[in-house]
Design a protein around this ligand. Structure first.
Ligand SMILES: Nc1ncnc2c1ncn2[C@@H]1O[C@H](COP(=O)(O)OP(=O)(O)OP(=O)(O)O)[C@@H](O)[C@H]1O
Ligand SMILES: [Mg+2]
Length: 283
């Protein structure tokens, strides 16, 4: 199971949209997937529309044991192949800085439990776990970085994008140097591109000059179809419009890139490559 954290420093740039787009692409390629909604706002949970659960991710982050995990996990309304770790408002309490560092690696523990337990009859193991982070580099995002194999940065093509992405890379790097040496950058994905905007293209160029090929070759355009599909609680791959089709292909590409680099990373680990680092993946 590959675990990818979807993050940004800013709110509202499209983390949840990208997490859901990747989940939709995973379903389309026939992969069993998990979305962990780490945002107390619960937007991913709302759009994935699972049945009511007895518990939530807040309890899992407190006690990452199998029985607790099972009560916080539900099949999404999209497909039985896509499960959700549901969010709740009280996750916010865990985001506040405090002396209690105990819970920080509990998400990683919970994912280890899921990775290691034998699948139930007819269940396949998860191929990918997608962590939808809240809009800050607080404790919840940090716990996602502790649990993740890779981190995908989402940004809008605006004036503050470069400095925001630089700070996010620094955060990834500091987690990689410290508690999670396997963490890699999955790159930078530009969202809400207006293809006719000179300003947007200028900002994308600026990102490319700074981060090179770590910037995904295709951006997600600003398209009403995204909001329509989310409002209808449907995967973008099932939304019938030319715009939705184009966006779906981009999410397929981003997911394939993430899974490919995960496999390459595994080979490097097996080969003992000491060069493995969290810098933008230019492969
Ligand atoms: N490419 C896009 N085209 C049109 N609308 C978009 C696009 N990306 C995101 N949106 C809309 O912008 C709003 C914010 O997106 P989203 O919730 O994905 O951002 P976020 O980074 O997860 O926000 P938060 O920081 O609050 O968690 C949503 O209403 C979403 O539907
Ligand atoms: Mg969000």
């Amino acid at each position: 199971m590959h675990t990818v954290a979807v993050l940004s420093l800013k709110g509202g740039v499209g983390k949840t949209t990208v997490a859901l787009g990747l989940a939709s692409a995973a379903l389309r390629r026939g992969s069993r997937a998990l979305v962990a909604d780490l945002d107390p706002q619960g937007n991913a949970t709302a759009t994935l529309n699972p049945p009511m659960t007895e518990s939530t991710l807040t309890a899992v982050l407190d006690t990452p044991r199998e029985a607790v995990i099972d009560r916080a996990l539900a099949p999404s309304g999209w497909s039985p192949e896509l499960d959700v770790f549901v969010s709740s408002e009280d996750l916010e309490l865990l985001n506040e800085p405090g002396p209690d560092a105990r819970r920080m690696d509990n998400l990683a523990r919970a994912l280890d439990v899921l990775r290691e337990r034998p699948p139930a009859v007819d269940d396949r193991p998860y191929e990918i776990a997608i962590l939808d982070c809240p809009p800050s580099l607080g404790r919840l995002t940090r716990s996602a970085l502790l649990a993740a194999d890779s981190a995908l940065l989402v940004t809008e093509p605006t004036m503050y994008a470069v400095s925001g992405a630089e700070r996010a890379f620094e955060a990834i790097e500091s987690v990689r140097r410290g508690p999670n040496p396997r963490l890699r950058s999955a790159g930078v994905l530009v969202n809400r591109l207006r293809p006719r905007s000179y300003e947007h293209h200028y900002r994308v160029e600026e990102l490319r000059e700074t981060f090179g090929r770590a910037v995904m070759p295709t951006a997600i355009p600003d398209q009403l179809a995204i909001q329509q599909a989310q409002g209808a609680c449907l995967p973008i791959h099932e939304w019938r419009s030319p715009g939705a089709h184009e966006i779906s292909l981009t999410f397929n590409m981003v997911l394939a890139k993430i899974l490919r680099s995960s496999r390459a990373g595994r080979h490097r680990i097996l080969g003992g490559d000491p060069e493995q680092h969290a810098q933008p993946d230019s492969a």
